[in-house]
Design a protein around this ligand. Structure first.
Ligand code: FAD
Length: 384
């Protein structure tokens, strides 16, 4: 039987995170960073110095061993404390990708950045005509005069201004089957031919997201990540981990909003009573709590499976679809409980409400989660 009761080590780690967070007293700083569309560098440095960026990076690269479930719990806790989503210092996803597919030089370079809490690369997957349909990606790699050249147009590249590289998927035009024609390259963003235009988002304002034009950008054959022609399959593996880590933001942000709303319900008075005495408010609180419990259980089980080498192809889609929608409802209910104050920038719930919405879209929409898990569930049923 699987038990998700936290071990003593996990409790200690989470407690140390709470302590560092509390001491940092970051809330006003986050508000300022959000207003100025700036990454919270100072707060991130505190967390990097406290060792949280190192978790999950193998010891031989200077990191601290940490299993997937524990790292998922740490991410979730950070967001539950109020850390802004998309800004956590630990680079779990990049580390997972590069350990799975990178060569030794790429591992050395990317993990070194990961130790400093720097995202080693932005993900260069989405293109204007290729969102949910990744097989429509058209950026291409060619060999000309002994050089390896990439041309294309990527979009929604988050952290483009803070990452030195892009993990870029390109067509080789060697195989007519698009699924067998993609390759992954680690492309430097600090070279001529790169042009970026910032997108004007409605949430996650501390992270900037760009449209990126790649014109005659040069890479080396040794910049290939994984195997030529296997880029699509590597991307699908990336999505499994990306969906899992996105869910930590869903669960954490939902917990953060829940905690604020429940406290408020216990003190805000209307009609001569605290609003928490009204059953309509209690119903919301109870349903929010049920959703949080369900989200955590699904997430921990998927993380446990991943760390035990069990496929999470289906689980990652189920948990992403469920936590995206459930967290949205929890945060929306929290805003409702807080009334007008919840709709102001003074209240953290308003930031959570804006920031969480993207987790129903990014890294596979909730509709695409039906597309991926639905087919797989039917196929699975035929085996039994
Ligand atoms: C803030 C933000 C950050 C992002 N960061 C990155 C990043 O760093 N790197 C990166 O590569 N990408 C990034 N993305 C892109 C993101 O992954 C895509 O937006 C997402 O995959 C959806 O693609 P799309 O926006 O083109 O929507 P579309 O694919 O055009 O979908 C539009 C609608 O149609 C629905 N739809 C599409 N196909 C189907 C179908 N077969 N069945 C049912 N419904 C369907 C979708 O579910 C959606 O509701 C980011 C996006 C955002 C908003």
């Amino acid at each position: 039987m699987i038990s998700f009761q936290k071990t003593e080590e996990q409790e200690l780690l989470l407690e140390s995170l709470r302590e560092v967070y509390k001491r940092g007293n970051f809330e006003d700083y986050f508000k300022e960073c959000e207003k100025n569309h700036q990454f919270p560098e100072k707060a991130a440095k505190v967390m990097v110095d406290a060792g949280f960026a190192k978790l999950g990076i193998p010891e031989e690269y200077g990191g601290t061993a940490c299993d997937d479930l524990t790292n998922v719990m740490v991410h979730e806790e950070a967001f539950a404390l109020g850390w802004p989503s998309m800004c956590w210092v630990n680079q779990y996803l990049a580390v997972d990708d590069i350990l799975a597919f990178g060569n030794e030089k790429q591992k050395q370079a990317c993990l070194k950045l990961g130790l400093q809490g720097i995202k080693p690369f932005t993900f260069g997957f989405t293109e204007p005509q290729a969102g949910s349909d990744n097989s429509a990606m058209a950026a291409k790699v060619e060999r000309k005069d002994g050089k390896v050249i990439i041309n294309g147009h990527k979009t929604f590249n988050s952290w483009g201004n803070r990452s030195p590289n892009m993990l870029c998927i390109v067509r080789e035009h060697k195989n007519p089957n698009p699924y067998k024609d993609f390759s992954m390259y680690l492309l430097s963003l600090k070279q001529p031919g790169i042009q970026m235009e910032k997108l004007d988002k409605i949430g996650n304002l501390m992270v900037q997201t760009f449209e990126v034009y790649l014109k005659d950008c040069e890479v080396q054959e040794s910049d290939l990540v994984g195997e030529a022609g296997k880029g699509f399959y590597q991307l699908m593996k990336n999505f499994e981990a990306e969906r899992l880590i996105g869910c930590t933001a869903n669960v954490g942000m939902a917990r953060c909003a829940y905690n604020e709303a429940v406290k408020y319900a216990g003190v805000r008075e209307q009609f001569g009573k605290t609003i928490g005495t009204f059953q309509l408010i209690q119903e919301k609180i109870v349903d929010m709590k049920i959703k949080i419990e369900n989200m955590q259980n699904m997430l921990y089980k998927a993380a446990w499976k991943k760390q035990n080498g069990i496929s999470i192809m289906i689980d990652s889609s189920l948990v992403k679809r469920y936590t995206g929608q459930a967290a949205f409802q929890v945060i929306d209910d929290a805003m409702q409980i807080m009334g007008g104050i919840g709709y102001t920038n003074d209240c953290r719930v308003s930031r959570l409400w804006r920031d969480q919405r993207v987790y129903r879209i990014m890294a596979g929409t909730e509709e695409i989660m039906v597309h991926t898990a639905g087919r797989a569930l039917i196929k699975e049923a035929q085996k039994g």
